[in-house]
Design a protein around this ligand. Structure first.
Ligand code: CP
Length: 337
């Protein structure tokens, strides 16, 4: 039976992730340009994208299938996302109709909908995405929701494997970076889980007030217990970077003041030195890599010399989005499913 839902690496066993990565590598080495002939992937983007949008379309073309994209930026009717609302404003169509219609045209559906960042409990529970999932009858791909980004995590796992970054004993540092705005928790949460599940020794380094939620840390620690890895959190950058094989930079919201823009802004304003530069790697492994999911602001989260230098593998990660997602759609709607 094919894959029905790609939502969270934690839904899979480690051998199932390894099988997806083996398939991704097989499709990369040995193209199968007819594998998805006649198959359609519907893509609903309620939030912006460059990589996810283009890599899914490229993935479908490379496998002989097709895709179509719907987003509020197109000339579609205004979409209402809230439930229980009287639609007497600008929106002419509700997601409760739009999603079943769009998914009925595809063999599988991808949905992107970023966090509202109003209520942390709702975002941690992925309330909005799960409500949309209930409207879909075809296999569903989470293309980034409030708290998940499994496609990014699959690509990052493949990138670490491609670069032969050790699993056992490999030190992975997830490093908070400054950004002028509060950004979602999806990528840091998913990345932490991916590295823990891969069996690495993971350190989350962040300023006080930007701790990842206890539920996310607990889930990652459980994954590490099963994989042989470890997970810890600190605010001490000098100590965190020692011996690192990977420094993965990511910007995210204050969890202390989640949903409170003014308080978040006040807390983050003096933290502009939380950017990755070459001296950040002084005590890391000599061959330590720099990772980021992109998009990234140059000179804000990371300096040009790191991003343009030999440590940076950000383009490799982005390209692996396509190979990883080819494996996902192949397992969902490919031959034999
Ligand atoms: N990393 C990532 O998901 O990129 P996009 O937002 O451009 O899709």
């Amino acid at each position: 039976m094919g894959l029905k839902l790609f939502n969270d690496l934690a839904d899979l066993q480690i051998p199932e992730v390894e099988a997806l990565l083996t398939l991704a590598r097989r499709l990369q080495a040995n193209p199968e340009p007819r594998a998805l002939a006649g198959k359609v992937l519907a893509l609903l983007f309620l939030s912006p994208s460059l990589r996810t949008l283009s890599s899914f379309q490229a993935a479908m073309i490379r496998l002989g299938g097709g895709s179509f994209v719907i987003s509020p930026d197109m000339s579609i009717h205004g979409l209402e996302t809230r439930s229980g609302i009287v639609m007497d404003g600008m929106a002419a169509e509700h997601l409760r109709e739009a999603i079943p219609v769009i998914s009925s045209y595809g063999d599988a559906l991808g949905i992107r909908a970023f966090a509202n960042r109003v209520n942390l409990a709702n975002d941690l529970a992925d309330t909005e995405f799960l409500a949309m999932r209930d409207l879909v009858k075809v296999p569903l791909i989470n293309m980034e929701s409030a708290i998940q980004h499994p496609c990014q995590s699959l690509a990052d796992w493949k990138t670490l494997d491609d670069l032969k970054v050790p699993k056992k004993g490999g030190k992975f540092v997830l490093s908070w970076s400054w950004h002028p705005k509060a950004l979602p928790l999806a990528v840091p949460s998913a990345t932490l889980h991916m590295a823990a599940m891969r069996g690495m020794d993971v350190t989350v380094v962040r300023p006080d007030g930007f701790e990842l939620p206890p539920a996310i840390m607990h889930k990652a620690r459980h994954a590490a217990t099963l994989s042989g890895g470890t997970v810890r959190e600190t605010n001490d950058r000098a100590e965190a970077y020692e011996g690192a094989h990977v420094i993965y930079a990511k910007e995210w919201s204050s969890t202390k003041f989640y949903g409170d823009r003014a308080a978040d802004q006040k807390l983050r304003e003096p933290l502009q030195d939380w950017l990755v530069d070459e001296p950040t790697f002084a005590t890391a492994q000599p061959s330590a890599r720099f990772m980021h999911c992109l998009p990234v602001r140059r000179g804000v989260a990371v300096t040009d010399r790191v991003l343009d230098g030999p440590r940076s593998v950000v383009i490799h990660e982005a390209q692996n989005r396509m190979w990883g997602q080819m494996a996902v759609v192949y397992q969902m709607i490919g031959p034999g499913v």
